[in-house]
Design a protein around this ligand. Structure first.
Ligand SMILES: [Cu+2]
Length: 618
């Protein structure tokens, strides 16, 4: 007995002595007890809603953090998942592994043998938004189950009652990388600290922060065979080098995201206001139309900018980084907001661009295609897009979509989009009086506002009740290079050193091309190497900054086109900072459109017109 206590002390000691903290010490075998009792059949049920029928909300991570008890349970549940044996179906390794590597079947859900060199996730596909919905629901259901268990470990009485109530209202948080942030940076601080203090059932302890990274336990190089992931012992963001000794550089990530925050906000605002067709909105396949952007392309930007060579940069490695699920909850929320505005927008059948673990490229996908491996009954049935169209069956809602008696949900969503993503948008900035009344609330907000508040803007930007929006359209083969890459758009001078580009003051925005690593690319024999994807970089905010500096006087093409021809340039770089000269298939043009902004409504877009056929490489 004494020996056992001594051993426990030693184990504890080595955990707490680790520089980045260890797991939470429950003072008992909480992990193995939970693992023994965890469900053995993995039907994605969603979370049952309690009596009054209103689903609990998925909150922004900084809002969830204000709810101490729920936040504590969330951190402890992630900690338990991450310290669960990697062979368990509900372990971090297995749940993350559904998305991409190690390309193993999950819960024995199999497809054609030739497709098993892929994960289950769907990209460049009409199923991109809907496949990730049950995926997140499964993740949420597992964490919810763990929070229920941990709540019962608190002392009986009012303390336990509080935690049980907190566990019942728990839903996974999202990370809003587009809104003007409520903290100093676009990135929540809680994602960037290696350790975190939690007041668990066995008292306050400083543990490894499960939102910071995932430490492979152990790293299995054969499962993650592309360099450098075969040597990284833990997930990396902006890796400091390509060896096992690499450390994440979250400060660089945060600075780069802050520099692009207003560009990303404008992209999202444009997407909500100018994209009404589901096929265009849902995925980044270039469709020969004027609608170059998509929720998937915006999503790719975050993958590229959070990873920058680390796990998030590559499709098949990304889900191991805990930031992945926060990011995808945000994407699911954007999808839900868009659905409120476009209730009739839905899936039209299309052939799959790429293979997944259970689908062969070229197979027709439609709203009844099984979203594998997410079972929804015990008879072998799976969730399909039609059953995943609403969030209610999964037992959650977002603050803007929850509705209620007498609530006009469309106007709630419209107001939220205007307030969260529209305050720095050109549509609201061109009206100077309205602009002047705004007050900045953070560093990032300051930067966005400084675009236009220096010298004030002329009154005549709005004529006949409309102004001109300017957009850079980018299209390129997804596999033009053998790895993910960035296309950066600059207006004005910039440092020739590629590592500075994400931080350049004259960077207007970036397009991030999110692909697999070479081994995964090569294993997909049916995939179309010619597939072209597209995205946008909004230009109007940068033009307004030029106007406020006096180097441009109007948004009319007579002045803007010569100004852009002289000052607009692009550059291509790999995540490691290597510059790339010519990229075959890359095409970058500039379009403009007349836009109206009725008070309290969303902007109304007119027809796009090509203004510059081909932007010059800088
Ligand atoms: Cu993703």
């Amino acid at each position: 007995m004494l020996l056992l206590a001594f051993f426990a002390f030693l184990v504890c000691f080595s955990w707490s002595a680790a520089a980045d903290g260890g797991p939470y010490n429950y003072g008992m075998e909480a992990r193995s007890i939970y693992a023994r009792n965890a469900a053995t059949d993995y039907i994605t049920t969603g979370i049952p809603i309690s009596t009054n029928g209103t689903p609990p909300l998925r909150l922004e991570i900084r809002d969830l953090e204000k709810d101490n008890a729920t936040w504590t349970l969330f951190i402890l549940a992630l900690d338990m998942m991450q310290y669960t044996n990697q062979s368990e179906l509900f372990s971090w390794y297995q749940i993350a592994g559904i998305h991409g590597r190690p390309f193993y079947s999950w819960d024995n859900v199999n497809g054609p043998a030739e497709d098993q060199g892929n994960g289950y996730c769907t990209h460049v596909s009409i199923l991109f938004p809907t496949w990730h919905r049950p995926y997140l629901a499964l993740y949420e259901q597992i964490i919810y189950g763990i929070t229920q268990y941990i709540a019962t470990l608190y002392p009986v009485g009012s303390v336990r009652d509080d935690y049980v109530a907190a566990a019942n209202r728990f839903r996974i948080p999202y990370w809003d990388w587009a809104a003007v942030p409520s903290s100093a940076h676009t990135t929540a601080d809680s994602l960037m600290t290696p350790t975190i203090s939690v007041d668990g059932p066995n008292g306050v302890q400083t543990i490894h922060n499960p939102l910071f990274d995932y430490d492979f336990k152990p790293l299995i190089s054969d499962d993650l065979p592309d360099a450098p992931f075969d040597v990284f012992p833990r997930t990396q963001r902006w890796p400091s080098n390509m060896t096992a000794a690499s450390v994440s550089r979250n400060d660089q990530m945060a600075a780069a995201l802050d520099n692009s925050a207003s560009s990303l906000r404008n992209r999202l605002y444009n997407l909500f206001t100018n994209y009404q067709n589901y096929t265009e909105f849902s995925n980044e396949a270039f469709s020969n139309s004027v609608y170059y952007d998509s929720i998937e392309s915006v999503h790719d930007f975050i993958h590229g900018y959070t990873g920058n060579g680390g796990h998030m940069t590559y499709i098949e490695y990304s889900a191991f980084d805990p930031i992945f699920f926060l990011h995808h909850a945000m994407i699911d929320r954007c999808f839900a907001l868009w659905q409120v505005l476009n209730p009739d927008g839905w899936i039209q059948p299309e052939p799959a661009t790429y293979s997944t673990f259970t689908t062969t490229a070229g197979d027709i996908e439609d709203s009844r295609t099984p979203l594998t491996p997410f079972r929804n009954d015990s008879n072998g049935g799976f969730w399909i897009s039609d059953t995943s169209r609403e969030t209610a069956p999964f037992g959650y809602a977002y603050p803007e979509t929850v509705g209620g008696p007498g609530v006009d949900i469309k106007s709630v969503v419209t107001n939220a989009i205007n307030n969260l993503y529209g305050t720095t948008a050109p549509a609201n900035v061109v009206s100077r009086d309205q602009f002047r009344t705004r007050r900045s609330t953070s560093e990032v907000h300051n930067r966005a506002l400084s675009y236009a508040n220096a010298a004030g803007l002329p009154h005549d930007l709005v004529q006949n009740n409309q102004y001109s929006e300017w957009i850079v359209n980018i299209r390129v083969r997804k596999r033009a290079l053998s790895a993910p890459f960035f296309i950066h758009i600059f207006l004005g001078v910039f440092d020739p050193d590629p590592v500075t580009w994400p931080f350049e003051p004259n960077l207007v925005g970036s397009h991030s091309v999110f692909t697999m690593a070479p081994k995964g690319m090569n294993s997909c024999v049916q995939c179309n190497p010619e597939q072209v994807i597209s995205g946008t970089v909004p230009l109007t905010s940068a033009l307004l900054a030029e106007i406020s500096k006096g180097s441009l006087h109007t948004l009319d093409s007579s002045q803007v086109v010569p100004h852009l021809n002289q000052n607009l340039r692009y550059k291509v770089a790999m995540a490691d900072g290597t510059e790339v000269g010519n990229v075959d298939s890359l095409s970058i043009n500039v379009v403009s459109a007349p836009v109206q902004k009725p008070d309290g409504e969303l902007p109304i877009w007119g027809a796009m017109e090509v203004q510059i056929e081909s932007v010059i490489c800088g």
